[in-house]
Write a protein that binds this ligand. Sequence first.
Ligand SMILES: *[C@@H]1O[C@H](CO)[C@@H](O)[C@H](O)[C@H]1NC(C)=O
Ligand SMILES: *[C@@H]1O[C@H](CO)[C@@H](O)[C@H](O)[C@H]1NC(C)=O
Ligand SMILES: *[C@@H]1O[C@H](CO)[C@@H](O)[C@H](O)[C@H]1NC(C)=O
Ligand SMILES: *[C@@H]1O[C@H](CO)[C@@H](O)[C@H](O)[C@H]1NC(C)=O
Ligand SMILES: *[C@@H]1O[C@H](CO)[C@@H](O)[C@H](O)[C@H]1NC(C)=O
Ligand SMILES: *[C@@H]1O[C@H](CO)[C@@H](O)[C@H](O)[C@H]1NC(C)=O
Length: 360
Amino acid sequence: MNVSWDSWLNLFICLLLCATGALSQDFQLQPLNSSVLQGSDARFNATVHGEWQVMTWHVKGFLVLSVSTRTGFNVTSSSEQFSARYCSNGDVDCVEFTIHNVTRSQAGPVTCIVLGEYGSKTAQLQVQESGTVSIMGGNVTAVQDDQVEFQCMTSGWFPAPNISWSLNGEPASSSLYNTTNTPDGDAFNSTSVLTFQAVRNTTVVCWVTVPTLPNPISSSSFLAVVPKPPNWTVLIAVVVSFGSAGLLVLLIYGIIFCCRRRKEKKSNYQDEMTKRVRTQSQISAVSVPGQRQGQVNAAYVMEGQTNVAPSEHSDSGFSQTNGNELPDVVNSNQRENDYKIAYNTLDEPGFRKHRHVTIV
Ligand SMILES: *[C@@H]1O[C@H](CO)[C@@H](O)[C@H](O)[C@H]1NC(C)=O
Ligand SMILES: *[C@@H]1O[C@H](CO)[C@@H](O)[C@H](O)[C@H]1NC(C)=O
Ligand SMILES: *[C@@H]1O[C@H](CO)[C@@H](O)[C@H](O)[C@H]1NC(C)=O
Ligand SMILES: *[C@@H]1O[C@H](CO)[C@@H](O)[C@H](O)[C@H]1NC(C)=O
Ligand SMILES: *[C@@H]1O[C@H](CO)[C@@H](O)[C@H](O)[C@H]1NC(C)=O
Ligand SMILES: *[C@@H]1O[C@H](CO)[C@@H](O)[C@H](O)[C@H]1NC(C)=O
C-alpha cells in the first residue's frame, strides 16, 4: 500500500510539472532573426497553444500593437504600418504580426508578450538597404592590349554590398577587381576597381546586391577597342636593317664582281700581250731588214742600231768615215730616210744632227 501511495504522489507531481512545463513552452515566435529590405514588409508569427486573452507587440521597446481575444479578434495598433491577423492557414493558435513598409529606423528587437503564464519572446529584425550604382567615366575607348580600369561607385547601401563584374555577359574573375567599403553614416559607400587588358569591344557591367535584394542593381559601360597603331619605330628599324643588309650584300657582290673583272681583264691583257708579242716576233721574223716599208715596230727594233749609228756619225763626223764605209754611207743614207720616216715626229737631237750630216 505504501508503495502505491508513493507512486500516486509521484504521478501527481509529474502531471503537475508536465502540465506547467507544457504551458510555458507552448509559445513560439518565428523567425527569431529576420532580414528584410527597406520598404518591404517584415512578418513575425506567434504560436500560442492554450487559452490566452491579450497579446502585445513591441518594436525596439515601444508598444505598437495589441491583440485581444476576449470578444472575437480585436487589434489595436499605434499606426497603420502595423497589423496583425490569424495566420493564413486558419490556425487560431497562430497570430501573424506585420510591419509594412519597414524602415531602417525600425531595425532591432521585436518582442511579443502574451499575458498570463506565457511570458515574452524576442526576435531580431535587420533592415537592409539598396542604394545607387554607377560606373564612373561613362563609355571608354582604348587601344588594343592596353590595360583599362573601370570604377564602380556605390552609395547608400546597407550592409556593405556585394559587388561583382561581368564582361560581355560572362562573370569577371575576382582577381581582376578590388572593392573597398567606406561607412557613411549608417550605410556604406563602396568603390570597386576593375582592371583588365582590352582585347575586344566589351560591355562592362557592375552588379551590386545585398542578400535581401531580389535582383542586383547594375550599371554598365561600353569599352570600344581600337586596333593598335602600327609601330613606326619597329617598322623603320626593320626597313633600315633590311635596307642596310641589302646594301651590304650589294656592296660585297660589287666588290667581288669588280675583282673578278679586273682579274679577267688582266689575264685578257696578258693573253693579248703574249699574242701581240708573238705576232710581232712573227712579223719581225717575216720582215726582211732590207724592206723599205718596214713597220713602225721594225723601226723600233732597229732603234738600238740607229741610235748607235748616228751618234757615231755625229760625234766623230766625216773624219771618222773611211773608204770602207763609203758604200755604207750610201746605204746608211737610205737608212736615214727610213729613220726620217720612222722618227719624223721625234725631235731627237742626235737624229737632227745626223739628218744634217746626210744633207751635207
Ligand atoms: C472585436 O472584434 C469583433 C469581431 O472581430 C467585433 O464584433 C467587436 O465589436 C470588436 N470589439 C471591439 C471592442 O472593438
Ligand atoms: C514607406 O515609408 C516611407 C518612409 O516612411 C514613405 O515615404 C513611403 O511613402 C512609404 N511607402 C508606402 C507604400 O507606404
Ligand atoms: C587589389 O589590391 C591588392 C592590394 O592592395 C593589389 O595587390 C592588387 O593588385 C589589386 N588588384 C586589382 C585588380 O586592382
Ligand atoms: C558617400 O557617397 C555620397 C554620394 O556619392 C557622398 O555624398 C558622400 O560624401 C560619401 N561618403 C563618404 C564617407 O565617402
Ligand atoms: C555607351 O555605349 C552604349 C553602347 O554602344 C550606348 O548605348 C550608350 O549610349 C553609350 N553611353 C554614353 C554615355 O555614351
Ligand atoms: C567596336 O566598337 C566601335 C564603336 O562602337 C565600332 O565602331 C567597332 O566597329 C566595334 N568593333 C567590333 C570589332 O565590333
